[in-house]
Write a protein that binds this ligand. Structure first.
Ligand SMILES: [Zn+2]
Ligand SMILES: [Zn+2]
Length: 183
């Protein structure tokens, strides 16, 4: 998302411009574009331009439980100051302030929002994404995706458990009977 801010850089501090964002951006660098939508305000500061906005997108991520790929919706709030590297009137180089983020406006006075969007997306991607809150996950026995129905392992395991339990039960029956003096 490129915005030419040469005009705004000549305006007084506090001048605001609003832009609608609707663009496909490769936000997680996997070669797949994600539609990013929302609104961004550019505010002239004494040092550059503050980009502030609320955006939303969806990125393809792997469910941490069932390992399927799904579109994870994300809300992004951006508030990043961008600093010009050249003076707009004279064209001379401007020393950059020592900021850890250090987003820049290039020598053609183009503010590229892509990097700010990308960095903020990375902050909000969940560590353990879930395709659904109640994702059933994979069967620990056969790896079947349990969201697509049962695989048959669970009833089998239950049956085994019951068999063991009933064995135990019959043993305790015998000992109980012994105590009661029946055989
Ligand atoms: Zn899942
Ligand atoms: Zn199974």
């Amino acid at each position: 998302m490129h915005i030419n801010v040469s005009q705004q850089l000549t305006e007084p501090v506090g001048s605001v411009r609003s832009y609608k964002v609707s663009e496909i951006i490769d936000v997680i660098g996997d070669g797949n574009g994600s539609m990013v939508q929302g609104e961004v305000s550019l505010i002239r500061t004494n040092r550059g331009i503050l980009a502030k906005g609320a955006l939303h997108t969806a990125v393809k991520v792997t469910c941490s439980r069932c390992l399927s790929l799904f579109d994870c919706p994300l809300a992004i709030n951006i508030e990043e100051e961008h600093f010009p590297i050249t003076e707009v009137s004279s064209g001379t180089a401007v020393p950059l302030p020592e900021e850890p983020s250090g987003f820049t406006i290039d020598e053609h006075h183009i503010l590229d929002l892509t990097e700010a969007i990308r960095q903020n997306v990375l902050l909000v991607i969940p560590m353990k994404p879930l395709c659904h809150e109640d994702c059933a996950g994979l069967c620990p026995e056969c790896g079947h995706n349990l969201n697509q129905g049962s695989c048959g392992c669970l009833p089998q395991r239950m049956a085994l458990r019951w068999a063991e339990l009933s064995k135990l039960a019959s043993i305790s029956d015998i000992s109980a009977n012994k105590r009661k003096g029946i055989k």
